[in-house]
Design a protein around this ligand. Sequence first.
Ligand SMILES: Nc1ncnc2c1ncn2[C@@H]1O[C@H](COP(=O)(O)OP(=O)(O)O)[C@@H](O)[C@H]1O
Ligand SMILES: [Mg+2]
Length: 335
Amino acid sequence: MSPDTGNPAEPHASDLHARFSALREALSTEIIGQSRLVDRLLVALLADGHLLVEGAPGLAKTTAIRALAARLEADFARVQFTPDLLPADLTGTEIWRPQDGRFEFQAGPIFHPLLLADEINRAPAKVQSALLEAMGERQVTVGRQTYRLPQLFLVMATQNPIEQEGTFPLPEAQLDRFLMHVRIGYPEADAEIRILALARERALALLDADEAVPERLPLEAVFAARRAVLEVHLAPAVERYLVELVLASRDATPYDPALARRIAWGASPRGSIALERCARASAWLAGRDFVTPDDVRAIAPDVLRHRVLPSYEATAEGWDGDRLVAALLDQVPLP
Ligand SMILES: Nc1ncnc2c1ncn2[C@@H]1O[C@H](COP(=O)(O)OP(=O)(O)O)[C@@H](O)[C@H]1O
Ligand SMILES: [Mg+2]
């Protein structure tokens, strides 16, 4: 990343960074005007976490994870969450093999390194919990056997912002299994025009059956990049700022007693770890080997909005996690 340090390991590091920049570039040509979604997908990949994406249908959520899967040496599966989905549809089941006189495990879609859990709030709590547990523990238990999930395991769950009838809200206590909760909106006019052009191009390529097969990044490169991210420098003052933000989410009294009363529940240490990891990954993606306070600030809303719950009264006054995090960012002074 900093080519002038003369460290023999550096050319490798900068090459790694170049590969991720190229990956981001490639994804941005396919997912137009949703740079945040692309960026957060890469941050999740680098920080070894899962994404909850909230946005209306048709905003390129499926397209985004598919495009990532096409450029990584990693398989992809999509599970549509429905009210009749069973945990076993996700994890897999033991199947009786009469010819062998024993059970054999048939792995479910959760064993794919990249998993799209579409409309996660349309399945009942049992299925949601099976997914959230697997996300946290990186293993699933079926019958008496425990199976490890792949080393690369990234879940992108989607949720429609409009609470439809018959949906099951995700359990708040388990929401923090998601590294980030990203909200996406409709593209601007210019982007929408480019989307039309791209869709035409796609349709033509399909007719000509000449779709280019992109080069795939080996998983070793992903793991090497994760290592580089963990080695990004975090100055004590920036670390302190990050921790102060999380502590303020638990008790904002020293900053603003009224804000403190609006928060029923703040972020756990899992939240601090997530904020640190994501800030590091953002810094690394930006080509730096140190974290700035702005890296923390910029990623904080996506890392914290689902970990900070408004009190009952505050909810009635229109406060949500988003607004609370914005208020916390206003209150906690930068180092
Ligand atoms: N920002 C975008 N960039 C490129 N294509 C887009 C974009 N938004 C929507 N599309 C196109 O619209 C269609 C719907 O996208 P999709 O990924 O299936 O949406 P979602 O999964 O969010 O419901 C696809 O054909 C996709 O290529
Ligand atoms: Mg979709």
